[in-house]
Design a protein around this ligand. Structure first.
Ligand code: SF4
Ligand code: SF4
Length: 136
């Protein structure tokens, strides 16, 4: 089962507790999902990063502490060239890059949503509708 862990994640959601400088995500794993339950995404705007957790003081960081890629995040903060990168778990089966086993075949994905307040404000910008994608 491929789980998209070879895919690089670039994220500009600077209001997320997992956001690290230079648009790196410090989470151990992220869930990319359809924005609306039961409705297949046809556009990037209809996808979201469900792992988004709004940064609003120290308690918000404690709330997402169980999903931190500690090695990657600490090396990154220490200025190491090591690239923190989360594993991707994606349920957006209408996407051209989606693979069985909730994987992503893209070499890199971009998560957008600068100044987001909630998951729905974020998108997988790399989403591309597969042929017949919303009829799955
Ligand atoms: S929005 Fe998602 S991809 Fe971006 S930093 Fe937060 S958890 Fe990572
Ligand atoms: S590019 Fe497609 S398959 Fe990959 S994470 Fe984004 S929506 Fe999912």
């Amino acid at each position: 089962m491929r789980r998209g862990n070879m895919t690089r994640v670039i994220c500009s959601v600077n209001t997320c507790t997992h956001y690290l400088n230079e648009d790196v995500c410090g989470a151990a794993a992220i869930d990319i999902m359809h924005e609306e339950e039961g409705r297949m995404s046809a556009l990037a705007e209809q996808t979201m990063c469900k792992t988004f957790h709004e940064a609003s003081g120290i308690t918000s960081y404690l709330g997402s502490i169980d999903n931190v890629n500690w090695t990657g995040a600490l090396l990154k903060m220490a200025g190491s060239n090591h690239q923190a990168n989360p594993q991707i778990d994606c349920t957006v089966a209408s996407c051209h890059y989606w693979e069985e086993g909730r994987g992503c075949a893209a070499s890199v994905i971009e998560v957008s949503g600068c100044q987001a307040n909630e998951c729905q404000d974020t998108n997988c910008k790399t989403f591309k509708l597969r042929e017949g994608g919303t009829r799955l």
